[in-house]
Design a protein around this ligand. Structure first.
Ligand code: F0G
Length: 455
């Protein structure tokens, strides 16, 4: 069959409240043009994030009832530990309440003033956790990543030349080498297995720990299977195993590729580091067999991990984004190509060349999509990355709007509706105006900043 269908049936539904454009204009103004400040019930299609918003399966809901809420040594932890280790062969698995808690613990141990932590591209919480220790977070993604139209299959790869010269020049300051798979901030683009292995070998040659931020590991592994030479016959589970076999540690948000609404973990091989991490965990998260989660959450994750590597699911998951992208490309809407794993990324900078970077074209586009169709996306550009640690402001590398797809939540007609909304805004793009920031916090300003539209 030509049509790739949602490989599930729906047995529980949530109504969507419809709103009119006039209502949405009021809501936007009330929220001071920050989409994070809008009530979810005022959103028609919520593509703000793919994090923590998955629809759980019947088996996951059943698993909740098996949750063992014992403070220490719970059976839920044993199942969780085994489920993670089945896919990712690390010696120590330390549960946390979400991904950034794992990052905070890891960088409290590895970071510090003067240290450098390179990655293909750090996600915003990763960067903020590194910088909070006084260390520098630097992005060394391959050059193809900056060319939105380039159809290279692995635009999430690390630039090996730049990593090598950093390690030669400044190796003593490098605390560890990281990779984010898929590369969320860079458009949800995957890294190839060959690149991951090469980064691992280079880190080891220089005696550095290699850490993978594995939030979207299954989507990355699917792309490896589909796009990398010699991988097509292997199962996604085997590829996942291969990827993590060459890492010394991983951070994970179970809110992405574990189909969970909450949770995460830090996994490590080094005994001493694991011991220190567990000590910190007890201070901030909880005892090492629950780490800030309920036992039932651990069971939802364990079950989710067995479902996420299902290849029918992954084929459908990636196909939705490809389908939306094909329709947008046909109408010449600027998008990041090829399709990423978890989202469609619109090139706001290219669509709105009349709006300068520091008048936030991404924010202008994201708010227009909300006004037009009640679709909530997320700016990934100068609002998110423009503010520097010293308080100054400079344009981000790219001005994007991310439309992230929650897992198993929306259907084909929802995808069609989103495409229609984008096309309608694209039609009137020359009339969109930029914004200015009227209030912002010290860090991670995109969550709470207030904006005012420019005339
Ligand atoms: N790393 C990556 C690549 C992420 O995308 C995220 C979260 C995190 C780490 C942090 O995990 O939220 O569980 O603390 N990304 C979400 C998003 C918030 O919308 O992309 P967390």
């Amino acid at each position: 069959m030509r049509t790739i269908i949602e490989p599930f049936r729906i047995k529980s539904v949530e109504p969507i409240r419809m709103t009119s454009p006039a209502e949405r204009r009021q809501i936007l103004s009330h929220a001071q043009y920050n989409l994070f400040c809008i009530a979810a019930e005022d959103v028609i299609i919520d593509l703000l994030t793919d994090s923590g918003v998955a629809a759980m399966s019947a088996e996951q809901w059943a698993a909740l009832m098996r949750g063992d809420e014992s403070y220490a040594g719970s059976a839920s932890f044993e199942r969780f530990d085994a489920a993670v280790k089945r896919l990712m062969p690390f010696k120590h698995v330390i549960p946390t309440h979400q991904g950034r808690a794992a990052e905070a613990i890891l960088f409290a141990l590895l970071g510090g003033a003067g240290k450098i932590i390179p990655s293909n591209t750090h996600f915003d919480t990763t960067r903020a956790n590194i910088e909070a220790t006084g260390a520098h977070a630097i992005d060394l993604v391959c050059p193809q990543a900056d060319d939105a139209a380039c159809e290279a299959p692995f635009k999430g790869d690390m630039d090996l030349d730049r990593l090598s010269s950093l390690l030669e020049r400044d190796g003593a300051r490098v605390a560890c080498v990281m990779m984010t798979i898929t590369n969320n901030a860079g458009g949800g683009q995957p890294a190839s297995l060959a690149n991951i292995k090469a980064v691992s070998a280079m880190a080891r040659r220089h005696g550095k720990l290699f850490v993978i931020d594995g939030c979207r590991f299954a989507e990355n592994a699917w792309f490896v299977k589909e796009r990398e030479e010699g991988q097509r016959r292997r199962s996604v589970a085997e590829i996942v195993n291969d990827i993590f076999s060459c890492a010394d540690a991983m951070t994970m948000s179970a809110k992405k590729d574990a189909f969970a609404n909450i949770g995460g973990w830090l996994a490590l091989n080094d005994d001493d580091l694991a011991e220190q991490a567990r000590t910190r965990l007890i201070l901030t998260e909880g005892f090492p067999t629950y780490g800030g989660l309920a036992g039932r959450d651990l069971d939802a994750i364990s079950q989710g991990l067995s479902e996420i590597i299902d290849e029918d699911y992954l084929r459908y998951r990636v196909r939705v984004n490809e389908y939306m992208l094909e329709r947008l490309v046909a109408e010449e809407v600027p998008v990041v190509r090829p399709a990423g794993g978890h989202a469609v990324f619109l090139e706001a900078g290219a669509m709105l060349p009349h709006i300068p970077a520091l008048h936030y074209p991404g924010q202008a586009l994201a708010t227009a999509l909300y006004e037009e169709g009640g679709v909530r996306g997320c700016e990934i550009g100068s609002v998110m990355f423009g503010r520097q640690p010293d308080g100054s402001e400079r344009p981000a590398r790219r001005e994007l709007v991310r439309l992230a797809m929650p897992r198993r939540v929306y259907t084909q007609s929802h995808a069609d509706y989103v495409v229609e909304t984008i096309l309608a805004v694209h039609e009137r793009r020359s009339r969109l105006r930029g914004l200015r920031i009227v209030r912002e916090p010290q860090a991670l300003r995109h969550f709470t900043a207030a904006f005012s539209p420019l005339d």
